[in-house]
Design a protein around this ligand. Sequence first.
Ligand SMILES: *Cc1c(COP(=O)(O)O)cnc(C)c1O
Length: 443
Amino acid sequence: MAENELEKIQGWIRDHHEMFGSSIPLIASENVTSTPVKEAIVSDFSHRYAEGWPEERVYAGTKYMDKVELQCIDYAKDLFDVDFIDVRTISGVCSNLVTYTALTRPGDKMITSPISKGGHITMGPHKSPKTGIHIGGTAGSVHGLDVRYFEFDNEEMNIDPDKTAEKIRELEPDLCMFGASVFLFPHPIEEISDVAKEVDAKIAYDAAHVSGLIAGGRFQDPMEEGADIMSMSTHKTLPGPQHGMVAATEEHAEDVKSATFPSMVSNHHLHNVAGLTVALAEFKKYGEDYVDQVIDNSQALGEALSERGFDVVAEHKGYTKSHILLVDITNLKDTIGLGKDVEQRLEKANIILNRNLLPWDIQEDRHFENPGGIRIGTSEITRLGMKENEMEPIAEYMKRILMDEEDPEKVQEEVSEFRSDFQDVHYCFESSKKAHEYIEIGK
Ligand SMILES: *Cc1c(COP(=O)(O)O)cnc(C)c1O
């Protein structure tokens, strides 16, 4: 009986691995780790506590964990060219809570991006003015911030620097929070930082999505452009395990340290710190080549989709300067449907991406459950070794399923066949294991 239960659970996990191993994974917030990273994650570090700063812990048995964490900090400081970084936050959400705790008090005013314009749930207010949902975003619900919004330019797909500067002068917020989940172009921090300083507002930057692009030197450098704190996830464009990091100027270093511990974490997922350390060592060696290819791929996929009649947002700006594309699929409304329908139809062909609000969806009465857009990311397919040439067949599969209304289950066979040539993880230390292989360690 017990054995069967185990087989049942492992069966589901194996099925998941098999599904991902024959799919085209295009979720912009996801990536796949190398085998040495996976090995670190299943190590004994996953059973341990090490509260406090390395070499100043309030737990015993941490000698080697300290060495790893100090190495992690060194790599991260070097990659992000910062003097201070805390690698203990266990996720991007946790990193943003550390930012809020270090820079604000409940009741303070924060100006940021709304979800409809790329903002993340962690930036949201307690009660959504649009949906009326109580206990909404992290900033309002967990930290009591009074959330206001940047002015957004739909044409430019970016924060409008002039209108936003005006609004900041008028509102006098305590914190300006940049960064986003739909993040096509670098945010205008430099343009806005002067007026932020005039009104004594702090500047934070949420690099959850773009931390890898920043470390690879292919996006903006927020700390150089005036941010006080930069929060991150370590598993989106930075291909590490699910974890977080928070970089800060010297001035805010001590506050970030104590906002992390004892405020936000007790155990800090030491196995993921170990995995992250390996991932950063890999990134130092392969990161620049990797992010170059990620961005080349997203731009090539934008072009390939556009050529096939898809309305890829920001065409006049070359679609994107990141790993993300946003596609307006409202022209499919009468045939396939909207974002949710498109997402589900593609999933039947093992093309995995997600629905997303367009900046103008709310005005046009569309809702996050079935919005007018889809979001596409090229981080994971690039790790699998795909280059510009592979973007054509991917766009073609999407066209056949969505425009020509071919049966997605038929197309799925071709998708699996296509994917069979891309089974290894690239831009990392070598291993004989496949990217989405289920690795048995029990036998
Ligand atoms: C993904 C994301 C987060 C949350 O990151 P987790 O690591 O999943 O907690 C925070 N902010 C932004 C902008 C994100 O896109």
